[in-house]
Design a protein around this ligand. Structure first.
Ligand code: SF4
Ligand code: SF4
Length: 346
């Protein structure tokens, strides 16, 4: 079961595509009292719903969560005591912009085997265009230095890249830049909010990804998300039971994209889950997308499984956003061409 603590909505960067300013429900930083109540809630939720062999995964997100390193340290210390007392297996994740990783932070992350994701968009040119500090200064130099240092401890450090129409023509160069510096696990993700995605951008993206495939065909140690789709049928959505996000104020949201949007609020750490709201979301998730029926990708497509994403981007739970649909088809085309190329090489 995954519980993610949004320890702060604040950040030291001012990314062009930042989602935090869009949140209707901003609540600054989590207090120690809220964290304590949240820990108590997660333990009771876990004990109520867990299956045999379930483990507890505690995530830290924001804003920039390392602005509250003090609170993260406190929360982990509490969970360590709980793990000892109750025999729980607990793992930790952290999603960070990579600007605040100092030796103290590194020691802590290693000590607690925290699985870290760092956001970096590629070369200095791409990254600095999109992810400046709040004061306008460039952040790339610092972030890549910290990425390289973290790779020493975790060769499978997860890199998150945000793709925008402005930088899509550099995607191949950006991915190769990160691979050249030792990154092995890269998760590119589009900024679906950007209104400037066009069919031409999509064609450019497909061409750029195919160039990456050509150059990495022999690298079995790499995991580049858009190139490794398995197209297996997706599991049923279990948000609100197996996944919960806790806002700085202690409100409960079903998944990462929903946090701060009160139309997706499904409870709080004091009253627990609001079953009616949670059921509404789960019931939506079971509905068919009429406009997608007959599509060859229906079973594996995120636009079918994740109704919250649809609602956010199109206003309709059962209508996927056009850009996401295009991306699903590009991933399919890439998979087919990669398979064809591997047949030719055998
Ligand atoms: S690092 Fe994340 S929270 Fe901070 S400005 Fe960028 S997108 Fe927003
Ligand atoms: S969103 Fe597009 S790719 Fe996905 S099922 Fe619907 S039509 Fe198919």
């Amino acid at each position: 079961m995954n519980f993610t603590f949004w320890v702060t909505d604040n950040c030291n960067l001012s990314c062009r595509y930042c989602y935090v300013d869009r949140l209707s429900d901003r609540s600054d930083s989590m207090t120690v009292e809220t964290a304590e109540a949240a820990i108590k809630y997660t333990v009771s939720h876990f004990e109520k719903y867990k299956n045999a062999n379930d483990s507890l995964m505690i995530g830290f997100h924001g804003g920039e969560p390392l602005l509250r390193f003090d609170l993260i340290r406190y929360i982990v210390a509490q969970y360590e005591k709980i793990a000892q007392a109750k025999g729980f297996h607990i793992t930790y994740t952290l999603t960070t912009n990579g600007t605040l990783i100092d030796p103290d932070v590194t020691t802590f992350l290693n000590q607690h085997k925290v699985a870290v994701t760092i956001s970096i968009d590629g070369t200095p040119e791409t990254h600095d265009l999109q992810r400046p500090f709040k004061n306008g200064k460039n952040s790339h130099e610092l972030v890549i230095k910290n990425v390289i240092a973290m790779l020493d401890h975790d060769p499978y450090l997860r890199i998150r890249m945000t793709l925008t129409p402005d930088t899509i023509d550099k995607l191949h160069e950006d991915i190769m830049y990160l691979l050249d510096r030792g990154c092995k696990v890269i998760v590119p993700a589009l900024d679906y909010y950007d209104p400037d995605w066009t069919e031409n951008n999509m064609n450019v993206m497909e061409g750029q990804l195919k160039k990456v495939i050509q150059q990495t065909r022999d690298r079995e140690d790499l995991l580049i998300a858009m190139l490794n789709e398995d197209f297996r049928p997706k599991d049923k959505c279990t948000v609100g039971i197996n996944t919960l996000h806790i806002s700085p104020a202690g409100d409960l949201y079903p998944c990462v994209l929903a946090v701060g949007d009160r139309s997706f609020l499904i409870g709080d750490i004091y009253q627990g889950i609001d079953q009616a709201n949670r059921d509404l979301i789960i019931n939506m998730s079971d509905k068919e997308n009429d406009i997608c029926l007959g599509c060859r990708l229906y079973g594996s497509c995120e636009g079918v499984r994740c109704k919250i994403v649809n609602k956010i981007y199109t206003g309709d739970y059962c209508k996927p956003c056009g850009t996401q649909c295009a991306v699903e088809n590009i991933k399919w085309a890439i998979k087919k061409s990669a398979l064809a190329a591997s047949v030719l090489h055998t």
